[in-house]
Design a binder for this molecule. Structure first.
Ligand code: SF4
Ligand code: SF4
Length: 198
């Protein structure tokens, strides 16, 4: 017998193959039967982009930075009356159309990173396959609907300072709060009134 030849028992290969099949049959499967079982996705999964249009100032940064040119924005300008008499009239951008073509999007997230006003967010939702490629362009209303599927941000580390947005919002809210007219008449608790009774 030459070195390259080995002595084999007839049928050994068949038995080995059947043993492998049997072992695979009794081993628990790692695959999930989608769509009967939905996958447990990490909270920061890149499924679809939600638009919070109240925050959008139509600055166009996202559309300019998108490497696929798949964000479509239309807007017009509207005059804003002056804040005080004699002031200068200003104008603001009003959003007419905001759409993302998911047939082109490569889910890079650059638009979300580039948005300076927190108007775009990742949602882990991914079930929006279509038969017609034109339906892969999600218009403003649909992008807004995705917003409600965006998970809350993770909690801050213990002892971390409050995010600057929260501080800014609290200051704005404090400034916007009208002075209470009955503050003077408000009965003062003893620790505020001071002790003049000796
Ligand atoms: S994720 Fe990337 S490709 Fe998709 S819309 Fe945003 S910037 Fe464009
Ligand atoms: S970058 Fe943000 S604020 Fe500017 S147009 Fe895009 S979504 Fe709107």
């Amino acid at each position: 017998m030459s070195d390259g030849q080995r002595e084999t028992t007839p049928g050994a290969g068949l038995v080995k193959g059947l043993a492998t099949t049997l072992k695979t049959m009794v081993t628990p499967s790692h695959t999930a039967e989608y769509p009967h079982r939905l996958p447990e996705l990490p909270p920061r999964s890149r499924g679809v982009i939600g638009l919070f249009e109240e925050n959008c100032t139509v600055c166009m940064l996202c559309a300019r930075e998108c490497p696929d040119w798949c964000i479509y924005i239309d807007s017009h300008k509207e005059p804003v009356p002056p804040a005080r008499p004699g002031g200068r009239e200003r104008s603001r951008n009003v959003l007419d159309r905001f759409a993302i073509d998911y047939a082109l999007c490569m889910y890079c997230g650059i638009c979300i990173e580039a948005c300076p006003f927190d108007a775009l967010f990742w949602s882990p939702e991914f079930e929006y396959a279509e038969y017609d490629i034109r339906d892969m362009t999600h218009e403003r209303d649909r992008l807004r609907e995705w917003m409600w599927t965006v998970p809350p941000p993770p909690a801050n580390d213990p002892g971390a300072p409050a995010p600057k947005e929260v501080d800014a919002a609290a200051k704005t809210a404090a400034k916007a709060e009208p002075p209470r007219s009955n503050d003077a008449a408000r009965p003062q608790p003893p620790w505020e009134a001071g002790d003049d009774g000796g």
